[in-house]
Design a protein around this ligand. Structure first.
Ligand code: SF4
Length: 386
């Protein structure tokens, strides 16, 4: 995908639906997820449908159900939300309609029911194909179930299948990571995401590390990331974002909309959106979200205009992770003029040319983001402020 193709997503419209329910909370989880609250599912779905109906918008080019674990729900529940999105906004013909799923839930029967309700892309939370690593991550599925769930998706007619992998668990060795990558490729996925295991404060893994459990080794994680790039690229899956590889044409349209600064609505507890020049987010608690919608109040917890300097910084923060980078503009000029920007360019981390700025060393992306956040305010270019 070239820069012009990626930038076209700036005019895309998408919707994100957060499904917070999970069978159990994994020790490394930092998402807005809840276990043991399944009794609330019908009310939650009613609230999401009501939130959608409250503000008709324009036709959607991509829809993403994330979580949590959307596949934990009865497909009929998810189908009600798809139907509401189509009735209220319209879902464009050929739009990507995607859900995150756990391999243990994703049977052929469930896959077929989801296809009947309009889903055409699935992102399977495989995480690892090593049983010991899966156990250390607190996951409930077996390595074998990953291949079975991919097979179920294919048999049901899903046009795009993605696998999510995590590297850096204490039980993982270099060999087991390579075995995971090889096993993932054997299933012939269209798309693979690889994320570094992170120890965020307040999660069970963080408490375990504080108590003496081994923490992920950043050096080993960097090696695993490089190894993933080498193995996946050799198999024809090309990196199009720091953590995402895809066969040509199977890039995530929803993610490209977010990274390309297209507009997207966010529905459900803790959902985020970007519309009409603002970024907004909903209340994060399941009960608070349901209570707000049932009381006919907006579930929005915050809304921030994205204009001037904030808009330029925002453009870099969301877009620079893409392999194609961003078009040059006031903020890229200011970045390359700053001491840290010059240092990153001399070190080969930042690369500019053909009117674009890109990160040439993805493992050092955090240093670039810190430099972007540290840009002066206002950003002054050619006598005008941004
Ligand atoms: S399944 Fe995913 S969202 Fe749910 S607890 Fe585990 S990591 Fe978190």
């Amino acid at each position: 995908m070239n820069g012009a193709a990626a930038d076209r997503f700036a005019s895309s419209s998408a919707a994100y639906v957060h499904i917070p329910f999970c069978a159990a909370i994994c020790p490394y989880c930092d998402y807005a997820a809840a276990a043991g609250r399944d009794d609330l599912i019908p009310r939650y779905i009613d609230a999401v449908v009501a939130e959608i109906a409250a503000a008709p918008w324009r036709p959607l080019d991509a829809v993403c159900f994330g979580g949590g674990t959307p596949s934990l729900l009865d497909p009929a529940h998810l189908g009600r939300v798809v139907e509401a999105l189509d009735r209220v906004h319209r879902i464009s013909p050929g739009a990507e309609v995607s859900l995150e799923a756990n391999p243990e839930d994703f049977t052929l029967d469930q896959a077929e029911k989801l296809r009947e309700r309009g889903f055409n892309r699935v992102s399977l939370g495989a995480q690892s194909l090593d049983a010991q690593v899966l156990e250390s991550l607190g996951r409930r599925h077996s390595p074998e179930s990953v291949a079975e769930s991919v097979e179920a998706a294919r048999s049901a007619g899903f046009g795009s299948v993605s696998l999510d992998l995590v590297y850096g668990a204490s039980a993982e060795s270099e060999e087991s990571w390579e075995t995971t990558l090889a096993g993932a490729l054997e299933t012939d996925p269209d798309h693979v995401s690889c994320y570094a295991l992170a120890v965020e404060s307040g999660i069970a893994l963080s408490r375990a590390v504080d108590g003496g459990a081994p923490a992920p080794d950043p050096g080993a994680q960097a090696d695993r990331h490089e190894r993933a790039d080498s193995i996946l690229s050799s198999a024809g899956l090309l990196r199009y974002e720091i953590c995402n590889w895809s066969k040509p044409g199977h890039e995530s349209a929803y993610n490209l909309t977010v990274w390309g600064r297209g507009e997207y609505e966010g529905y459900g507890a803790s959902a985020h959106g970007h519309r009409d020049g603002s970024r907004f987010h909903n209340v994060s608690g399941l009960d608070a979200y349901i209570a707000a919608v049932e009381a006919r109040k907006s579930p929005r917890a915050g809304c921030e205009p994205v204009a001037g300097r904030r808009s330029e910084v925002d453009r870099l923060l969301v877009g620079l992770g893409r392999s194609v980078g961003v078009e040059e503009g006031p903020a890229t000029a200011a970045l390359l003029r700053s001491a840290e920007g010059r240092r990153l360019r001399e070190a080969g981390v930042l690369e500019s040319g053909s009117g674009r700025l890109r990160i040439a060393k993805p493992l050092l992306a955090d240093a670039v983001y810190r430099a972007v956040i540290g840009l002066p305010s206002p950003i002054v270019v050619g006598g005008t402020d941004a």
